[in-house]
Design a protein around this ligand. Sequence first.
Ligand SMILES: [Zn+2]
Length: 130
Amino acid sequence: MQQHGSFASTINCMDGRVQLPVIQWMMREYGVNYIDSVTEPGPIKILDENEDAATVASIKRRLDISAGLHGSCAISIVAHYDCGGNPVDKDAQMVQLASSIERVRGWGYGLPIVGLWVDEEWVVHVVEGE
Ligand SMILES: [Zn+2]
């Protein structure tokens, strides 16, 4: 089998300001070579509402590759300050994030799932999960 390195996965916002902070935090935290990024505008809104079935299925399809083919060791789900795709306050985002974690846990990957908050200085904080 070809050596392809180690992976972790993130369900992140598409916002450019949060890409590197999340990738760098996850590489450090999990000691992996690569982070697979599944990005949407305000993904926790999409996963919490569960109304946009096509987008939810697309997120799951991408995670299937990351968890299956790449053997990802952990999944993060990201909320952040000043989210254009999800313009609600942090308290509301924390509720959406908890619900998003439960939804993805229900997909049965059996991986640790961590909820992250990226603050106004683009610093990453663990707010939920393992
Ligand atoms: Zn955002």
